[in-house]
Ligand binder design. Structure first.
Ligand SMILES: NC(=O)c1ccc[n+]([C@@H]2O[C@H](COP(=O)([O-])OP(=O)(O)OC[C@H]3O[C@@H](n4cnc5c(N)ncnc54)[C@H](O)[C@@H]3O)[C@@H](O)[C@H]2O)c1
Length: 340
């Protein structure tokens, strides 16, 4: 394993992790875990007493202001210095809040992401977006801060619950639909997850290289998220959290209908793309599951809002999309009444 690449793919995580520490003269690494990754993932790196540990409770509900405060306190209690590295061992929730804490603590300390979910390996741990949810809105407070590196070791997936594994497939299918015919073809073969992970990780990394701050082409990755984030926030506010992937799959289905309604994609293309979302991600449940009106307020507070309309990233064919498509609320109501 090379130690200067932004993405490090590891088939021998303990060795590669300690090699990274050795090269960077880190003696007692500071590791941020959640309760599950402490139990299931940390042992793959070594015995607990080799580390300075910070552990927070798991779950989206903890991507919060209160937990961020707690995390910053813990860094202070550990007397972490500004040139010390924070290793974040976990899924997207942890890399989002952990990356933000690393950005804020003493005006920024280096951090390394070690994703332990499929979602983290193909998407969340790459690209430097960090955030907490705020006032019921997903990722409302955050910053872009790149990790020093992202160490991707599929061995962590062995203990990942099936529902979390499935959740990540929404992001994989999203990329295939909106920006990569090659990935679309790959996922229609019997390609292994060890092939799909580096493909997705490199794809995201390349996109971020072109548009780190989400001003243009990176917005393609918002496909499914304008609706999906509102769905996720809605269920979270009712204390019935759903996985990020489930919400994004629901969002993608709606946005596919929207793309068809505005004639961005043909009926044949809709049928092809809908099939994979509905069958593989949503267990053939074609409902939105919520009244569209329930999502309005959150959507208009979300970052994609401009004026009275909402902005979407929508496919124009399989593997190709456009971003910044302005859609009026009335159009969404029409789509809802026609397709659901
Ligand atoms: N920053 C970005 O670019 C970006 C991109 C996509 C998603 N996200 C964010 O990521 C979050 C979702 O991330 P996620 O799907 O990884 O969920 P998650 O971080 O909540 O992890 C899912 C669950 O799996 C547990 N877990 C993690 N790894 C495990 C392992 N190897 N074995 C056993 N249990 C394990 C966790 O403790 C948690 O309970 C959302 O908040 C979403 O907004 C961010």
């Amino acid at each position: 394993m090379s130690t200067h690449l932004p993405l490090l793919f590891s088939s021998s995580i303990r060795e590669d992790f300690w090699n990274y520490c050795h090269v960077n003269t880190i003696e007692k690494p500071i590791i941020l875990c959640d309760t599950n990754t402490l139990r299931d993932c940390l042992p793959l790196l070594g015995n607990q007493n080799l580390f300075r540990l910070i552990c927070i409770p798991d779950g989206e509900i903890n991507k919060s202001w209160e937990q961020l405060n707690e995390l910053l306190q813990q860094l202070l209690v550990l007397n972490v210095h500004r040139n010390e590295t924070l290793f974040i061992l976990g899924g997207g929730v942890l890399t989002d809040i952990g990356g933000l804490s690393a950005a804020l603590y003493q005006r920024g300390i280096p951090h390394v992401n070690i994703p332990t979910t499929l979602m983290g390996m193909v998407d969340a741990a790459i690209g430097g977006k960090t955030a907490i949810d705020f006032a019921g809105i997903k990722n409302f407070v955050g910053i872009v801060k790149q990790p020093e590196t992202c160490i991707i070791a599929p061995i962590f997936l062995k203990t990942l619950p099936e529902i979390e594994y499935q959740s990540a497939w929404s992001e994989i299918v999203k990329v295939a639909i909106i920006d990569s015919r090659e990935l679309w073809e790959l996922i229609h073969t019997d390609a292994s997850i060890e092939t799909i992970i580096p493909f997705c990780a490199h794809h995201k990394y390349d996109l971020v290289q072109q548009d780190e701050h989400d001003k243009s082409i990176r917005q393609l990755l918002n496909f499914g998220h304008t609706i999906g984030h509102a769905i996720e926030a809605f269920y979270l506010s009712k204390n019935k959290p759903v996985t990020h992937g489930y919400a994004i799959a629901k969002g993608m289905l709606f946005e596919l209908y929207l793309a068809h309604y505005i004639q961005s994609i043909s009926s044949d293309e809709l049928a092809q793309m809908k099939a994979i979302v509905l069958t593989n991600l949503l267990n053939n449940d074609n409902s939105l599951g919520i009244e569209l009106s329930e999502l309005k307020e959150t959507m208009f507070h979300d970052k994609k809002k401009t004026g009275t309309s909402l902005r979407f990233s929508l496919p124009i064919t399989v593997g190709k999309g456009k971003w910044g498509v302005e859609i009026e609320w009335d159009t969404l109501l029409k789509v809802y009444s026609i397709y659901y």
